[in-house]
Design a protein around this ligand. Structure first.
Ligand code: NCD
Length: 305
């Protein structure tokens, strides 16, 4: 039985297989409409979500399967003190696959150790979010037609942003990619990730200046400052609007820049750039459904490309 817990579980071969499968599903949705008939996904969300939970559910329904689950810890037995390990033992009796989001780093890993069904990490604290990364890779592949040789800018909360951590890990697997890490001092990428980049010989620079660095980028991945991971509100308020991508900043960028965001956005992208052809964040959300369909099919061992 396989799980998807971290971007470290992804290889370029596996990503290519899932992208090919997602593209085939996108082009031939009818072919897949009954593929998971009789199968159930459990979505166990101990933290808020719109896109991730609903795209998992919509993915399973699109494959002919069904959905059970909860969308907040309050409505599950976690509120009575049940452990993730015990919950997942039960869920294994009721579902064929599950997606779990939890505020604690490592919780999806713990779940996988006690699970009788494939576990997909839908976000564990400030650690990892591998299915957002699959969504991001499908988006980059669709827009840029390649995953190598790109200068990838990541901007905002690079410390707590789990999508950032997973995406860096995945993009560093591909030849010729380099990173420009744009953040305030307090929200820099954790040292362990920078050490991994250095060990792999991947080029990266850190800067506070988006205006200067945006010119170099092929992809700009904007992120929300992760309020829920801050220890005090004052720091959040001071840092939340450090970067706001607006028309003026975007005018400094390449004509074929891809502006991405895992969403939800708060202020970090001005709505005035939504109509710019370089803004692909809403497309990105759409791709999330298809790549999750491909992933569910693969982990359940159903037909895929
Ligand atoms: C992200 C998350 O939950 O980490 N959202 C998502 O899954 N698309 C990003 C965020 O909440 O800022």
């Amino acid at each position: 039985m396989r799980h998807l817990i971290s971007a470290k579980d992804l290889s370029p071969e596996y990503v290519s297989k899932l992208i090919a499968s997602a593209e085939d599903i996108t082009n031939n949705p009818k072919k897949y409409a009954g593929e998971c008939a009789g199968k159930i996904i459990a979505t166990l969300f101990y933290e808020p979500s719109t896109r991730t939970r609903l795209s998992f559910e919509s993915a399973m329904i699109g494959l002919g399967g069904s959905v059970i689950g909860f969308s907040s810890a309050d409505s599950s037995s976690a509120s009575k003190g049940e452990s993730v390990a015990d919950t997942i033992r039960m869920i294994s009796c009721y579902a064929d696959i599950c997606a779990i989001r939890h505020p604690k780093e490592g919780s999806a890993m713990v779940a996988s150790m006690h699970s009788g069904i494939p576990v997909i990490n839908a976000g564990d604290g400030g650690h990892q979010h591998p299915t957002q990364t699959l969504t991001d890779l499908l988006t980059i592949h669709s827009v840029k037609k390649r995953l190598e040789g790109l200068t990838v800018g990541l901007c905002g909360d690079l410390k707590f942003g789990r999508t950032v951590h997973s995406l860096i890990h995945a993009m560093k697997m591909y030849a010729g990619n380099s990173f420009i890490l744009v953040s305030p001092e307090e929200l820099k990428v954790p040292d362990y990730i920078k050490e991994e980049l250095s060990k792999s010989g991947v080029k990266f620079t850190e800067t506070k200046d988006l205006n200067q660095s945006i010119k170099e980028m092929d992809v700009l991945y904007m992120t929300r400052v992760q309020r829920e991971r801050f220890f005090n509100e004052e720091d959040y308020v001071r840092l939340k609007d450090t970067y706001i991508l607006d028309k003026q900043k975007l005018s400094l960028a390449k004509n074929d820049l891809a502006v991405m965001h895992p969403l939800p956005r708060v202020n970090e992208i001005s709505t005035e750039v939504d109509g710019d052809p370089r803004s692909v964040y809403f497309d990105q959300a759409r791709y999330g459904r298809y790549i999750r369909m491909a992933l569910i099919l693969d982990l359940l061992g159903e037909r895929g490309v």
